[in-house]
Design a protein around this ligand. Structure first.
Ligand SMILES: NC(=O)c1ccc[n+]([C@@H]2O[C@H](COP(=O)([O-])OP(=O)(O)OC[C@H]3O[C@@H](n4cnc5c(N)ncnc54)[C@H](O)[C@@H]3O)[C@@H](O)[C@H]2O)c1
Length: 496
């Protein structure tokens, strides 16, 4: 990625006068190879930013003004990226009485939200509609509106490239929007998961191209989102927050900001520390799931049930925390985030062994599932080729519609490559694309289940009647122990 910035300052003497209120500054920006939609090609922009130079004596008045606005809820909140992370945050602030503007590049998303509808599992359309109707929430794709908000939380995707390197192009595109429209005394918080150093090394310099300085003219912090889609107990409103600013005043401002919606805000010493906290949390999950997936492979060889072993170990009241095996990792976090950390460490000549090993084990699970299905069919003198296989659940975890990085897609692809004929049902996912074709969820019926040579449970959605599934299937391969309570027909079930 290459970014060229040319700043052309006026030579007008009055511009050199530090007490002058406003200066016009011409900033020419050439951004190439930013793969996100709005900046996909080399682009040269002329941006006029109005800049107020502040003397250090004026610093504190600005910060207390913003603090006051946050405290009395007159601060106008801006959220960039209205997905699984951004929309719940926007609704939460709006419900606390703030005016919130959400920014997104997706016109469909903006239309949906302004029509009072939600496409996120955990946020009902009723909540969105109430806030839109009250005039406290609106969505736009016009970055110029950023000039009207007091705070910006950036919640855009951070995927991996094909070579598993961090792709921060979405962050860069969002930050460019902010840089070109920001004003003095704003609070800007990055929430997207990323590697330690992103806020300080990449975001801060780009924002400072506006002529404003972080910690003096605006507040900059990192605060990782910890949302767990589908979790009814812990939401954006009651999961403690970590904040780390580029200066202690930035940390304080970010703390005050999040305290408006969350009781527990935990400050750390720097943006890097806050970035690392999130990566520790997600690496912890990835490594423990990798461990337990490997224990599942061991138990298969030892002819033991990994589920029985875990349940028994979990009776220990200290020193053990149960994790469960499955068909592989899914979602926008656990399969991706640890690679941000290992990538960063590679640049420091350090090989992150646990992360890479867990990644290897977890990503091998779809192949293992397919080998177990083949083994099961073999018992009926059947091969994968030509077998009819019914897949139950394609979402990456139960009771949600998210299929991002879902291991179901890998399992289905491998089964199809081996010649199996696949149909699927998922009450949360009406259609899905695999091998370049759109497939629709098939309604569960007795003929469908009975005709299949086997049924493979990939997601343990609560609404399935598992006894019905067992009663009407010839054989079941259960990757989630969803059938644990089933008494009748257990001999038809093979567990991961
Ligand atoms: N989904 C989770 O469970 C979760 C949990 C914690 C942290 N995170 C992290 O939060 C970040 C966002 O994840 P998400 O799941 O909300 O993603 P998402 O794909 O659900 O939503 C991202 C939104 O950003 C929009 N967008 C993309 N580029 C944009 C741009 N340049 N300007 C404005 N809008 C833009 C997209 O159109 C989309 O609506 C990621 O870094 C992710 O790792 C996600």
């Amino acid at each position: 990625m290459e970014t060229t910035i040319t700043k052309k300052k006026s030579t007008n003497k009055s511009n050199n006068n530090k007490s002058q209120g406003q200066k016009d500054k011409l900033v020419r920006i050439s951004v190439s190879n930013v793969s996100n939609g709005s900046l996909s090609e080399t682009k040269v922009q002329s941006v006029k930013t109005k800049m107020k130079k502040t003397t250090s004596s004026k610093k504190s008045s600005g910060s207390s003004k913003l603090a006051e606005k946050i405290r009395n809820k007159t601060a106008h909140i801006g959220i960039v990226g209205l997905g699984y992370v951004g929309l719940p945050l926007a609704v939460e602030f709006a419900e606390r009485g703030f005016t919130v503007t959400g920014f997104d590049i997706s016109k469909a998303k903006i239309k949906l939200i302004n029509a009072g509808r939600s496409d996120i599992d955990d946020i009902s359309s009723d909540r969105v509609k109430a806030m839109v109707k009250a005039g406290r929430l609106k969505a736009t794709d016009n970055p110029k509106t950023i000039a009207k908000v007091d705070t910006i939380s950036i919640c855009v995707p951070t995927p991996l490239s094909k070579t598993k390197d961090p792709d921060i192009s979405y962050i860069l595109a969002a930050v460019t929007w902010v840089r070109d429209n920001m004003h003095k005394d704003m609070l800007i918080v990055l929430e997207s998961t990323t590697y330690p150093g992103t806020t300080d090394e990449i975001i801060q310099p780009r924002l400072e191209e506006s002529g404003f300085k972080a910690g003096r003219d605006f507040f900059l912090a990192f605060s990782p989102e910890r949302i767990d889609p589908g979790n009814k107990s812990f939401t954006a409103a009651n999961t403690p927050r970590i904040v780390g600013g580029v200066t202690p005043r930035c940390t304080q401002m970010a703390k005050l900001f999040y305290e408006q919606i969350i009781a527990g805000v935990h400050p750390v010493s720097s943006t890097q520390a806050a970035e690392m906290v999130k990566l520790l949390e997600n690496t912890f999950r990835s490594v423990n799931i990798g461990l337990v997936n490997e224990v599942a492979l061991m138990c298969d060889r030892l002819k033991l049930s990994v589920w029985e072993i875990i349940d028994a170990a979990a009776t220990k009241p200290f020193g053990f925390m149960p994790f469960y095996p499955g068909p592989g990792l899914g979602g926008h976090c656990i399969p991706i985030d640890p690679h941000y950390l290992s990538w960063k460490l590679k640049s420091l000549n350090y090989y992150a062994r646990f992360i890479e090993l867990a990644g290897d084990v977890n990503s091998s699970m779809p192949e293992y599932v397919v080998s177990r299905v083949a083994r099961m069919l073999n018992n009926f003198s059947k091969s994968l080729k030509g077998s009819k296989i019914l897949i139950l659940g394609v979402a990456y975890k139960k009771n949600i519609q998210d299929v991002r990085e879902s291991p179901a897609l890998d399992v289905i692809k491998l089964l199809e490559d081996a010649g199996a004929k696949i149909t699927y049902n998922d009450p949360f996912v009406p259609q899905i694309t695999w091998n370049g074709t759109i497939h629709k969820s098939t309604k569960l019926s007795k003929p469908l289940a009975q005709k299949a040579d086997c049924c493979v449970i990939l997601t343990d959605h609560t609404e399935y009647d598992y006894q019905w599934v067992v009663d009407n299937s010839k054989a079941i391969f259960d990757t989630r122990n969803a059938t644990t309570k089933i008494k009748r027909g257990r001999s038809k079930i093979s567990l991961l």
